[in-house]
Every structure is written in C-alpha cells, then in structure tokens.
Design a binder for this molecule. Structure first.
Ligand code: THU
Length: 126
C-alpha cells in the first residue's frame, strides 16, 4: 500500500464532489486490509440535512463491492488546513476497522496523521 498514491487518489476524486451549497469540497480515499482502493466525495442536497459526507460515501461504495475493512483512509480538502472527519463519519469508520489510520491533507504542507481510536475514544458498541 502506497500512501502517496492514496493521497493522489483522494485529490483526483475531489473533482467529482457535489457541494454547491457549502462550497466545501471533501474527498476520501482508502485502502482496505487487502490493499483495494475505494473513494468517495461529499454529495449535498437542496434539503441540506440529506447531505452525505465523502467518507461515508466511500465506505458505502466499498461495502457494496464486498469490502468490509478500512486500513488507511485519506481525507483531502482544497483548504489551507487539514479537515478531520465529522463525528458521524468517525462512528462509520469505526464500524469497519479495529484502528484505521486517518490522514488529512490539504493544499498546504499541513497534515494530520492519527487513528480512529484517537479520534473516537470510548466509541459506542453493543
Ligand atoms: N463533510 C464531509 O464530506 N466529511 C466530513 O467529515 C465533514 C463534512 C462535508 C459535508 C458537507 O457537504 C460539507 O463538508 C460542509 O459541511
């Protein structure tokens, strides 16, 4: 698994974001435990609350294709600072990973590199 390729995949898919209401494009790309790559973008809606985040779209796409693990996930936003995953996406990521690596990149050299367990300590489970 090549992190630079993963970062590039996130940047490439950012062209597909549908974010006319917030003008805040978000792209996600991740490798599962098999090294297979999945991507997603945020998809907004005129009824704002129906918006789906990039991370959750990537995960739904992966699950639809038969993948149920997340090894390393990159979030890209064309912003000066990195964007962390929202709370809902943290719970969604946790569902499919023991402790996924989460890297946020942007259009400056700033990067955050952490894990889902650090972002979502004490997460809900049954
Ligand atoms: N957004 C994501 O795609 N992922 C996140 O983790 C945070 C927020 C999107 C949702 C919405 O389209 C835009 O960013 C502004 O909130």
């Amino acid at each position: 698994m090549n992190i630079e390729q993963l970062k590039q995949a996130a940047k490439d898919v950012a062209a597909k974001t549908y974010s006319p209401y917030s003008n805040f494009p978000v792209a996600a790309a991740y490798y599962d435990e098999n090294g297979d790559l999945f991507t997603g973008v945020n998809v907004e809606n005129v009824s704002y609350g129906l918006t789906i985040c990039a991370e959750r779209n990537a995960i739904c796409s992966a699950v639809t294709k038969g993948s149920r693990t997340i090894h390393t996930l990159v979030i890209y936003t064309p912003t000066p600072t990195p964007t962390p995953p929202c709370g809902a996406c943290r719970q969604f990521i946790k569902e499919f990973s023991e402790n996924a690596r989460i890297i946020s990149i942007c259009d400056s050299d700033q990067v955050t590199d952490t894990t889902i367990d650090k972002l979502l300590p004490g997460s809900f489970t049954l």
